[in-house]
Design a binder for this molecule. Structure first.
Ligand code: GRF
Length: 212
């Protein structure tokens, strides 16, 4: 069983997928805390509906990133977490925070990294006429949307696709992928040695796919 905190800023549909997988017995994990930087994040309600501790630390109440991150660290540290799961958490973390939880922070990003780090990934894929788009789950390092890739899922871009239709298709994939990666971590099939991902005791040569 792995112990998680899930960090959110909004809807929390990925959080819901993780909760559902735990409740269905498909994911051997416990969510010790759902933490949001926004008080009105719907994900906080989702947590409460499932009896999961939920808390808001509003970044607006802090004068800078460092003090906000320190406040989060103070709440998270005593929980003795295996992993911090970023699921639509829309704040950039300080290098100090990332180093503190080194090799324990995961992120999900709506593009096939290294393509399109940052925002508006679906728009950029459409503008560039990409024939495929996708989702990446990676270990967080000090560089935004960088860090070793753990799993990528892709889907074709069709002629009539819009930002919304791509986002919808991406979300479906995300909801499969995050519980899957977490379960691989829970079983130890996937683990890290000095920040390098290993799958079945061999260095991961390419990102896993949802089918692996
Ligand atoms: C997802 O698209 C994820 O890739 C991105 O933020 C979104 C979060 O969605 N990082 P939700 O809050 O889980 O519904």
């Amino acid at each position: 069983m792995i112990k998680l905190a899930v960090l959110i800023s909004g809807s929390g549909s990925n959080l819901q997928a993780i909760i559902d997988a735990i409740e269905a017995g498909q994911l051997d994990a416990k969510i010790a805390l759902v933490l949001s930087n926004k008080a009105n994040a719907y994900g906080l309600e989702r947590a409460q509906q499932h009896g999961i501790p939920a808390q808001c630390i509003a970044h607006r109440n802090f004068s800078d990133r460092a003090s906000f991150d320190q406040a989060m660290q103070q709440v998270l540290e005593p929980l003795e977490l295996d992993y911090l799961v970023l699921a639509g958490f829309m704040r950039i973390l300080t290098p100090e925070f990332i180093r503190h939880f080194e090799h324990r922070i995961l992120n999900i990003h709506p593009s096939l990294l290294p393509r399109y780090p940052g925002l508006h990934t679906h728009r950029r894929a459409l503008e560039n006429g990409d024939s495929e788009h996708g989702v990446s789950i990676h270990l967080v390092t000090e560089v935004l949307d960088d860090g070793p890739l753990l799993m990528q899922g892709s889907y074709p871009v069709q002629a009539d696709d819009t930002e919304d239709s791509l986002a919808q298709r991406g979300h479906k994939l995300e909801h499969l992928m995050y519980p899957r990666v977490l379960q691989l971590l829970a079983t130890g099939d996937l683990n890290f040695k000095q920040g390098q991902p290993y799958f079945h005791d061999a260095p991961l040569q390419r990102p896993l796919t949802p089918e692996d």
